[in-house]
Ligand binder design. Structure first.
Ligand code: PLP
Length: 273
């Protein structure tokens, strides 16, 4: 039998870990998660360590690499993938940018979006369209919230020149969870790559990215994972890394420019070999 008093105590204790919700009722809608006390303390301790031993020194550098690798391993374990497929970035928008700018676009290619995508990725797609003569098409997925089938909506929208589908796993405006595995299978049967915006799914749904098979999965720590703003990531499917080296080289360059972190760029550089 459920021990209600004990569960309430545990919930109360858990709430106490979040200073940001002590004085309010907080309904996390996926904009930005509240930071738990442990994360706040870790951030402060990190800055103290950096100032004490650096801020710039061999010791600090080695320490940061060790911490970063630890983070990457934990993220990978949580998402059901190997650490080499995870690159640390700033947030979802940066991860989508890396994925999209890494593709060797040809004039006439098409990017297929859904009608529920975030302005950040739409802006990136529009800039790519402007620079490379790529077409943008948008399919009506929102109407499938309570009826209809998102997979057939996407199937109908795919064209022979569709190169990439960009879609959210969980739609930010309705909360609908899209049947990603089926959508990915459909796209791969049509030689279309899939970039997933995981802003509202990572930390919210149990995920195994190896099983889902999407080519790119962009995510962030500052929403449902309740982590600090400024730490996000990009998963890239290993098969994709091997088969599409042109994209990889662009992707690696993007990563190198974005961070000075050897651990972060290692998987991309390895993949170029
Ligand atoms: C679906 C979706 N994609 C992208 C973003 C932007 O995320 P980030 O701030 O990590 O770039 C958000 C932010 O709310 C979102 O809801």
């Amino acid at each position: 039998m459920l021990d209600t008093a004990n569960t309430t105590d545990q919930l109360e204790q858990h709430r106490q870990e979040f200073p940001g919700i002590n004085n309010k009722l907080y309904f996390n809608f996926g904009g930005q998660g509240p930071l738990p006390r442990a994360a706040l303390e870790a951030i402060i301790d990190t800055h103290k360590y950096l100032q004490h031993h650096g801020p710039f020194s061999t010791k600090v550098n080695a320490w940061l690499q060790q911490k970063t690798e630890f983070l990457r391993q934990n993220i990978a374990a949580e998402l059901g993938v190997i650490p080499e497929t995870i690159a640390l970035t700033e947030n979802v928008t940066v991860s989508c940018n890396i994925a999209l700018w890494g593709i060797n676009w040809q004039a006439g290619d098409e990017i297929l979006l859904t009608d529920c995508e975030h302005p950040g990725v739409i802006a990136t797609v529009q800039e790519i369209a402007r620079r490379f003569g790529v077409k943008i098409s948008t399919c009506p997925i929102q109407q499938t919230l309570n009826e209809g089938d998102p997979v057939s909506v996407i199937a109908q929208a795919l064209q022979t020149n569709t190169r990439v589908l960009v879609l959210s796993h969980v739609l930010w405006n309705t909360g609908q969870v899209l049947p990603l595995a089926e959508i990915v299978q459909l796209c791969h049967e049509n030689s279309v790559y899939v970039l997933v915006d995981g802003a509202q799914s990572v930390g919210c749904l149990p995920l195994n990215l190896s099983e889902l098979q999407a080519d790119f999965y962009a995510f962030t720590g500052h929403k449902w994972w309740c982590g600090p703003a400024g730490v996000g990531g990009l998963y890239i499917r290993p098969q994709f890394l091997r088969n599409y080296s042109r994209l990889l080289s662009d992707g690696a360059v993007s990563i190198l420019r974005l961070t000075a972190n050897r651990v972060t760029r290692k998987p991309m550089v390895d993949a170029l070999k």
